[in-house]
Design a protein around this ligand. Structure first.
Ligand code: HEM
Length: 460
């Protein structure tokens, strides 16, 4: 029962103890045998062993995301489905979403001023506000303006319940009024909302509307594939250059909704975690924040309101280093649960039994002193003049192998754009408490005190 209670209320230092106990360690939780891999090589072996393991997120995820969801596909079926989604995260696609992303960031950053004012200038925990900001940015990027504004706060709040339902190992059936039960209700609500958005997006794209979000881009790609197939069936000669890059089938509204929901599900906690640490670290290190601000003013020739382009972000060397160092120093996803489909001989001495949960950890690789000297020091410079950029094997922030994070370029863009905008528009102060540096686990990691901040407008 002890390990089960620990998995319901996980403690970061308990995981650290496990990682430090050896490359592989194990624990029995309730009805599951769990193997934890802490070294870089063991973790990579698991991420790259699709014949033996598949991701299982957590027990409850199947119930919440629904068993037919694409993320539970395995092997070739997964690779094929994913190929149809890759186009939604290319440079060309990100360029489409960038103006809306910036617009939402500006709007929600301004609400931070109201929060401080409403609280009489006193610091309050900002983690919940960062969650709303990230939810708003994600929703606009994923489903555009098809979703009413008032739904955003509701979805952010509901998503919190979904995350709460995702203990590593849950009671096997959903009992009424438990966290899993509330989580399932919330997930169903979001899927229903996104289904309505898919229907609206189809109407808009079929009427020749301009693509502004992921749903639009995906539907345009479906339309292009349908038109191509129709022409081929009619015997029309089509030059190779007019053939769509990727031919995909027509997806119904619920399928679109469930897939886009996986993007929200995968991004909401991790992005909120990264955002919270980013604001905390920047407040604690004004020297670094000033450099970010100076870099951005120089790139936009002193015009704080010049719209952002991808070319500009390519030149934000220091700002990108700040984001990468934040993700290394406080990686939002510290482990990625998998399930063993077969007996898996992970080393000469040990075979993981079929049916076990197998959990590669990312944190130890990202804090390996041989690879990132002084790993407990937050030092963006290591990405510029140090050798951090070359240490690809240890960069497990977004996993690796067939299920590596599909949203990584998008989220780095989002964070770069955010810290850049905030550095030019706002000043913020961190009220350090004894728990500010403690790591709290809530699916991802957060400062235990939820980050007490105040914001004021930057006038110069
Ligand atoms: C800081 C933010 C994020 C972090 C740290 C993060 C991290 C991860 C990690 C560690 C995995 C597992 C990779 C593996 O098994 O090898 C993953 C998978 C995934 N992520 Fe992210 N992620 C972030 C943001 C996002 C965003 C914004 C999206 C959506 C746009 C997204 C979509 C996904 C999806 C769909 C998967 C599953 C991919 C598959 O199974 O093929 N993530 N992410």
């Amino acid at each position: 029962m002890g390990p089960f209670l620990e998995s319901v209320d996980p403690k970061f230092h308990k995981y650290q103890e496990k990682w430090n106990s050896g490359d592989l360690s194990c624990v029995s939780v309730f009805h599951k045998f769990v193997v934890i891999a802490s070294s870089r090589d063991m973790a990579r072996k698991i991420f790259n062993a699709p014949t033996y393991v598949k991701p299982c997120v957590t027990d409850a995820a199947h119930k919440l995301l629904r068993p037919t969801n694409w993320v539970f596909l395995d092997g070739q079926a997964h690779a094929d489905y994913r190929k149809g989604l890759n186009g939604l995260f290319t440079r060309k696609a990100l360029e489409l979403y960038l103006p809306s992303l910036e617009e939402v960031q500006v709007k929600y950053l301004e609400t931070f001023l109201d929060v401080t004012e409403r609280n009489g200038g006193n610091a309050v925990p900002f983690m919940p506000h960062f969650r709303v900001l990230m939810c708003a940015v994600s929703c606009r990027t994923f489903v555009g303006k098809y979703m009413p504004e008032e739904m955003i706060k509701k979805i952010a709040d509901n998503h919190y319940q979904i995350t709460a339902a995702l203990e590593l190992v849950n009671f096997p059936i959903i009992l009424p009024f438990t966290r899993t039960w509330y989580g399932k209700k919330c997930a169903d609500m979001v899927i229903e909302e996104f289904t309505k958005c898919a229907a609206k997006a189809k109407l808009n794209m079929l009427a020749g509307g301009k693509a502004e979000c992921i749903m639009d881009a995906w539907i345009l790609s479906m339309i292009a594939s349908e038109e191509y197939r129709k022409k081929v069936a009619e015997g029309v000669e089509i030059p190779q250059k007019e053939k769509p890059d990727m031919l995909i089938r027509w997806f119904d509204d619920v399928e679109i909704s469930m897939t886009v929901f996986t993007f929200l599900f995968a991004s909401q906690d991790a992005s909120s975690s990264a955002c919270t640490w980013l604001f905390q670290l920047m407040a604690d290190r004004p020297d670094i924040l000033n450099r970010v601000r100076e870099e951005n003013l120089s790139i936009r020739c002193g015009d704080r309101d010049k719209p952002l382009t991808l070319n500009m972000t390519d030149n934000m060397i220091y700002t990108r280093a700040v984001v990468k160092e934040t993700l290394r120093y406080r990686p939002p996803v510290i482990m990625v649960p998998h399930i063993a489909k077969e007996n898996f001989s992970i080393s000469e001495h040990y075979t993981i039994p079929k049916g076990s949960m197998v959990v590669p950890a990312t944190y130890p690789s990202l804090h390996d002193p041989d690879v990132y000297p002084n790993p407990e020091t937050y030092d963006p410079e290591r990405w510029i003049t140090g050798g951090a950029e070359q240490q690809c094997q240890n960069w497990l922030v977004f996993g690796t192998g067939p299920h590596h994070c599909i949203g990584q370029n998008y989220v780095i863009l989002n964070l770069v754009a955010l810290v850049r905008k905030a550095s030019m528009k706002l000043k913020w102060k961190h009220y350090i408490t004894p728990e500010s540096e403690d790591i709290k686990l809530f699916a991802t990691i957060f400062p235990r005190d939820d980050c007490f901040l105040t914001f004021e407008k930057r006038l110069e």
